[in-house]
Structures are given as structure tokens and as C-alpha cells.
Design a protein around this ligand. Structure first.
Ligand code: FE2
Length: 182
């Protein structure tokens, strides 16, 4: 299949718009499920950023004829969100559920980071300076969101580790170095 660079860029922007829309639909459900104030604050902040990111994408490229925001899907994002939902189904608020939320959100974040990085490369190839700068702004927000989730996760993992070693005292973790977070 032949396509032009502008077509490829437009498709990438449409995928990102679909991705942001799916994330904006999912985040409120996950915010409602956490009892961790730091996690809630991080997700609420990112939900607001997601709206701004969608507006930024709309300013970059007009939708192609026949495509619409409402109908557009990003299958990769949908799959990651569905997996997260599956893990959380029937869960009650707990440190374990928070760990599942962080895990799911970071997988989504890393997909977004890769997608925005790709879009930035295409904007550079097209010498579209304003799109390049707008996409860079969003990429920095996504990276910051991921770092924030990593910090929230650190404290949660520490609580889980303590609870785990209390419940399973025969597991000797004394000689193990703590695992550095990514
Ligand atoms: Fe985003």
C-alpha cells in the first residue's frame, strides 16, 4: 500500500486522538476505584492534561474526510485499557488494586510516549514546526505523568512488600537488594 508522508502523519494524529479519547473515558472509572490520595491526584491531573492534549491534536491536523473523533479507535490503547479493566473487575479498593491501576496506567503511558515520539519524528520530516512543538509539549507531559506514577508506585510497592513478607514469613528476602524502579 502506497501512502504519502502527510497521510501517515494524519493517521498518526487520528490514532492519538482516538487514544486520548479512550483514556479520557477510562480514567474517571480508575480514579473512582483508588483509595490512594497520591494516585488519585496524579490521575486527576492527567485527566485534565488529556483534554488539553486532545485540543492540541485537533489544532495540528484536520480529520480526513469520512473520519470522526467519535468513531475513531486506537486498537492498541483499547487493548491495554481492556486488560487493565479485566484485572480490576470485581476488585475492591486496596493496595493490590492500586498496584493494578498503576501497572495498567504505566503501560498505557508508555504506548503514548512511543506514539508521540513517532509523531514528532514525522512532524520533523514534514518540517512542520508548530506541530513539532505542540507534540513535544505533550510528550513532556506524558513522561512526567509516567514518572509521577513511578513515584506513587514506589511507596505502594513498599507497603505491599511488607504485607507480603508478614503473610509469608518463610520467604527470606533479607539478603536481597531492593529492586530499583525503572
Ligand atoms: Fe495523553
Amino acid at each position: 500500500m502506497n501512502f504519502t508522508l502527510p497521510d501517515l502523519f494524519a493517521r498518526r494524529i487520528e490514532d492519538l486522538l482516538a487514544s486520548e479519547a479512550a483514556i479520557a473515558r477510562a480514567l474517571p472509572k480508575w480514579i473512582a476505584r483508588t483509595r490512594n490520595e497520591d494516585l488519585r491526584a496524579a490521575l486527576e491531573r492527567h485527566l485534565k492534561e488529556t483534554d488539553a492534549q486532545s485540543a492540541r491534536l485537533r489544532s495540528i491536523a484536520k480529520p480526513r474526510a469520512g473520519s470522526s473523533d467519535a468513531a475513531a479507535r486506537c486498537p492498541a490503547t483499547d487493548a491495554l485499557l481492556a486488560e487493565g479493566e479485566e484485572r480490576l473487575r470485581d476488585s475492591t479498593p486496596s493496595d493490590e488494586a492500586d498496584a493494578a491501576i498503576v501497572d495498567a496506567c504505566r503501560r498505557v503511558e508508555h504506548h503514548e510516549i512511543a506514539s508521540y515520539a513517532g509523531a514528532i519524528g514525522l512532524a520533523a520530516a514534514l518540517m512542520d514546526t508548530s506541530a513539532f512543538e505542540a507534540l513535544k509539549t505533550t510528550l513532556r507531559e506524558e513522561e512526567f505523568a509516567d514518572e509521577t506514577l513511578a513515584k506513587v508506585s514506589e511507596k505502594n510497592v513498599e507497603r505491599l512488600r511488607e504485607a507480603f513478607t508478614r503473610k509469608a514469613p518463610d520467604v527470606d528476602v533479607s539478603g536481597r537488594e531492593p529492586i530499583a524502579r525503572a
